[in-house]
Design a protein around this ligand. Structure first.
Ligand code: GLN
Length: 236
């Protein structure tokens, strides 16, 4: 399973979320603490953020199929990249999936940034245009974008019904909303004074980190954090 992180709050340097924390995505790329599937996340990384310098926030991405720990140019530039809304991931590719930048989260439809932590049988996914790769996560992202993020919870439950072995932890943000699902893997939330972090695992030992229960949807907006249970998958 990959590890991912989302941020909605004040304008902060991307490095302060991804590189600097003692157990942030950089350390999680080689030594995750809570990962249940796979030992490390060396098959690529992606950092997406909303650029608010123009009239409307625009999603921008930097993705690579190389391990995050070796990306010295990104390490140099990341302190100068600031955003109020970030979706970032380090990847442990599922067997059989391509290792290429286009298969690496976050994916986008031009409005949302989306990361998937998990695995899903591609045969059960509704066909949708615009997938960036044949990777399961890219096809899942296209299906979620086509259905609309307002339907994220229903979409996850339907796909889980079609593939009971699927693990469907999704993070998505559009600059004003940050959504996360816990479905088969860990998801944690940290409410800071200056914003909210959703992450596969805590990036430090702050006692304010809370675990999101499995089969839940989390929505973060300026109004706060809301957690909603998702329906359990139906039996055979
Ligand atoms: N299945 C996705 C991939 O191959 C995500 C893998 C993961 O969460 N480790 O990239």
């Amino acid at each position: 399973m990959c590890r991912h992180l989302g941020w909605l709050g004040a304008d902060v340097p991307v490095s302060s979320l991804v590189l600097d924390p003692p157990n942030g995505l950089l350390v999680q790329s080689y030594s995750p603490r809570r990962q249940k599937h796979g030992l490390m996340n060396a098959d690529g990384w992606g950092v997406g953020f909303f650029d608010a310098s123009g009239p409307a926030p625009v999603p921008r991405r930097w993705r690579s199929p190389a391990p995050l720990w070796g990306e010295v140019s990104f390490h140099s530039v990341a302190p100068a990249l600031r955003s109020h809304c970030v979706v970032a991931a380090v990847r442990s590719a599922t067997a059989g999936m391509p290792i290429e930048a286009s298969a690496t989260a976050p994916f986008t439809d031009g409005r949302w940034l989306l990361s998937h932590n998990g695995v899903v049988d591609r045969a059960v996914l509704p066909r949708a245009p615009g997938a960036e790769s044949i990777c399961d996560s890219a096809l899942l992202a296209a299906a979620i974008f086509a259905r609309g993020l307002d339907q994220l919870g229903d979409t996850i439950v339907e796909i889980a019904n079609a593939d009971p072995n699927a693990r469907l932890n999704v993070l998505a943000a559009n600059g004003v909303r940050l959504l996360g699902t816990a479905w088969g893997d860990t998801l944690c939330v940290l409410r800071r004074d200056d914003g909210v972090v959703l992450a596969s695992e805590p990036y430090d030992d702050d006692s304010d980190w809370e675990d999101v229960p499995d089969h839940h949807l989390v929505e973060v907006t300026a109004a706060g954090v809301r957690m909603t249970p998702l329906d359990p998958p139906k039996g055979p």
